[in-house]
Ligand binder design. Structure first.
Ligand code: FMN
Length: 208
């Protein structure tokens, strides 16, 4: 896969909240889980575990505890991502428990969502849910924290890409507050022509 293909996949992934009822092949779910496994983790601790929820009744209860978000109800599967606080803490103390575990599980989640996109599926990250209720529902042991739910399925509707900040809006050079030159906005392949034009003009200005 070229850098351009990867950029296309990242750009085309949008949060899908409308799914068809088509079931997901086990092989497809396997690929998504395999993608999670290759995420980075502090000291390679891999403080993550996953619950694939496909049972209809469990999905309905899960949706109820996710403030009745309809896509949790509708998606043929959801994956509940668990962070192993005990494991992360055992090696890195509070920083492991409060920070690394969240970073690791998030990296695994993004891997899964990008793989889903490559497989033609939609997905959405769900952070808003009642943790204790979800723990009870899924029999999750105390030392594990349900960090997020990701819904997966074939999209019934794909939203337009969300507006995103430009690179130069959110990045500094060497120290906070020192703006990157607009040339960094040139790092696009297609689809953001306006930024490219602006960057070219800025360069022309600089070197004329
Ligand atoms: C930490 C976090 C929590 C989120 N919680 C929810 C949620 O509960 N329900 C939902 O539909 N989307 C949720 N999202 C998805 C965001 O709304 C979505 O990523 C954002 O609007 C940008 O859109 P995009 O994913 O299409 O780029 C969450 C995303 C993150 C990273």
């Amino acid at each position: 896969m070229s850098a351009r293909d990867l950029m296309d996949t990242m750009r085309s992934r949008t949060s899908v909240t409308k799914y068809t009822s088509e079931e997901l092949d086990r092989n497809v779910i396997g690929k998504i889980l395999e993608a999670a496994r290759w995420a980075p983790s502090a000291g390679n601790m891999q403080s993550w575990e996953f619950i694939v929820v496909e049972d209809y009744d469990v999905r309905q209860r899960l949706a109820q505890y996710a403030y009745n978000q309809n896509h949790v109800r509708e998606a043929p599967i959801s994956i509940v991502v668990l962070g192993d606080e005990g494991k992360a803490e055992s090696k890195y103390g509070d920083r492991g428990k409060d920070l690394y575990m969240l970073q690791e599980t998030s990296a695994a989640m993004q891997n899964m969502m990008l793989m889903a996109e490559e497989l033609g599926l939609g997905s959405a990250w769900v952070g808003a849910f009642q943790e204790e209720e979800v723990k009870d529902l899924l029999n999750i042991p105390d030392e594990l924290r349900p960090v997020a739910i990701i819904t997966f399925g074939y999209p019934r509707e794909r939203p337009e890409p969300a507006n995103k900040y430009r690179v130069t809006d959110v990045t500094y050079l060497n120290q906070y507050g020192s703006r990157l030159h607009a040339i960094y906005d040139k790092i696009v392949w297609h689809g953001v022509k306006e930024y490219t034009r602006k960057a070219k003009n800025a360069l022309k200005e600089k070197f004329k």
